[in-house]
Design a protein around this ligand. Sequence first.
Ligand code: G4P
Length: 318
Amino acid sequence: MAMIQWFPGHMHLTQKAIAERIKAIDVVVELLDARLPGSSANPMLATLTQGKPTLKVLNKQDMADPERTALWLAHYNALPGTRAIALDASMSAPAKALLGACHALAPNRGGLAKPMRVLICGIPNVGKSTLINTLAGKRATKTGDEAGVTKLEQRIAIAPDFYLYDTPGLLWPRIIVAKSGYNLAASGAVGRNAFDEQEVALELLDCLKTHYPTLLEARFKLQGVAQMADEQLLEALGRQRGALQSGKGVNWQKAAEIVIYDFRSAVMGRITLETPDEFAQWLATGQKLDAERQLKKDAIELDRKIRFKQVPRPASRR
Ligand code: G4P
């Protein structure tokens, strides 16, 4: 199976803009999807933000498994210079928690002479516009856009001494963890032409039958899902929901879309696709494979240079 990759564009502009802005920033707020915190993080951000204190906001907590959200909060709160809170769009006053956490991370900032300057970052669809709108108390930005639409940088005053800067453009991670690609696609963060719904649905079912079998059984009126193969499960729920094509059995595409849609709209219940430990293992495997790929690429490049005499042939190859 190919790794899901997606390049929403404007990345270089965004990186440049963050690098310029970061000097006058006190706290970086990274919005994560509480259903897939590890996969929705951007590993490049830490380099770009040069070790500034970071607040991880696990957004959309209303759709995530509260027990797993607690694990992620504990994981992030144990990291140096990092705090974490969970939020969702239904909260009437998320500003209080956010302001409190930022002040704890940069206690020397505050008051009109030294206002708190916060940069807010997050991958597409994580809920950045929604949160900014709520914080600003008015419709400051557009929400509900197709993943991948750029917005201009803007400054929003949440309190007289608290400024929020929105990141212009998009910062999208290079996906080196195969599972992250599937989880991001399932969540709706990846543009719909960049992945195969059936592959994503099978991966999603694999996770759901292992960790949330009762939710899956209740939603699709099935039994013994934990013992079923992923394909068998997709077929069974496709039949159950009438995703059929005349004379040819189950309509796999339709069945896959149903699973993905049900996950995105949280109708099965509150689900989180990864724990900190699981994600750490995926990341270690992904990094190892990525390093091996890089070594192979370097060897091919060296061979090419030797062939075109751009570098001398090493003594070991003479
Ligand atoms: P972005 O700026 O980061 O790209 O994301 P945006 O705010 O546009 O939000 C993306 C989708 O996520 C929106 O749904 C939004 O309503 C939903 N959303 C944001 N925060 C939360 C949350 O805390 N909980 C839940 N359950 N959903 C949240 P949409 O279907 O794309 O648009 P619409 O339903 O708002 O029209």
